[in-house]
Design a protein around this ligand. Structure first.
Ligand SMILES: O=C(O)CCC(=O)C(=O)O
Ligand SMILES: [Fe+2]
Length: 225
């Protein structure tokens, strides 16, 4: 067993035999609660505390160890492509995501991005690339972040203009507070008609992310054949 596997066992247990029965034990299915001010964006869902504080801390530790542990490394992103092994932490998050997606979206998630933010960091306003399907699920671990969503005038341009200056339909923006254990879903209008981003500062210069935050976003690659 390598050190990563043993940490995993320590955190999540050795679940070779009880994988099936345990699969959904950690989930606390709460009704979605929107913290965003009206108008709420169609296709945006926020599940508060979907993962308990303890479990979120375990994910945070595992993700830190698995992706951002090399001393001196400046890596702030981990990527996963392909179907998920259900016995891994990312696999568990994909299982949760599968249960949350709208039933009409009959697909399996097969891509994950793990993003690391240190204090004061953020991500520019963007629309996730078109090569990904219409539903994106995001998990938050570590420090709290405010995510900002803004409507775009031209969806086509927005879809190819990752994190650069966009033509916003109007100055409206919706702010969503994301805490450890919260899960958000972007689909439909919220996925294509609005950008999302995490500003470095909020409310007159206050630092948005105050200490390390790790997010995991899950997507499905669109078939190109
Ligand atoms: O950190 C987050 O929750 C957002 C990440 C994101 O928007 C992305 O990776 O496309
Ligand atoms: Fe994104």
């Amino acid at each position: 067993m390598n050190s990563c596997e043993s940490l995993y066992s320590e955190l999540f247990g050795d679940d070779d035999d009880k994988e099936e029965e345990d699969e959904n034990d950690d989930l606390k299915f709460l009704d979605p609660i929107y913290e965003a001010e009206p108008p709420v964006i169609p296709g945006l869902r926020i599940y508060r505390n979907l993962l308990s504080a303890d479990l979120s801390t375990q994910y945070f530790s595992w993700l830190t160890h698995a992706y951002f542990h090399t001393p001196g490394s400046t890596t702030n992103q981990g990527l996963h492509f392909g179907t998920f092994d259900k016995a891994t932490p990312l696999g568990r998050l994909s299982t949760i995501s599968q249960t949350l997606i709208t039933p009409s979206m009959d697909f399996l998630f097969d891509q994950a991005i793990v993003n690391l933010y240190e204090r004061g960091e953020g991500i520019g306003d963007h629309v996730d690339l078109q090569r990904f399907d219409s539903c994106v699920v995001g998990f938050s671990f570590g420090a709290t972040a405010v995510m900002r969503l803004r409507p775009v005038r031209d969806r086509q341009t927005a879809a190819t203009a990752y994190a650069r200056e966009l033509d916003f339909a109007d100055p409206a923006e919706i702010q969503v507070v994301l805490r450890a254990g919260d899960v958000y879903i972007l689909e439909g209008e919220a996925r294509y008609g609005w950008t999302h981003g995490i500003p470095k500062t909020v409310g007159g210069g206050k630092v948005n992310i105050e200490s390390r935050r790790i997010s995991v976003t899950l997507r499905k690659l669109v078939k190109t054949d």
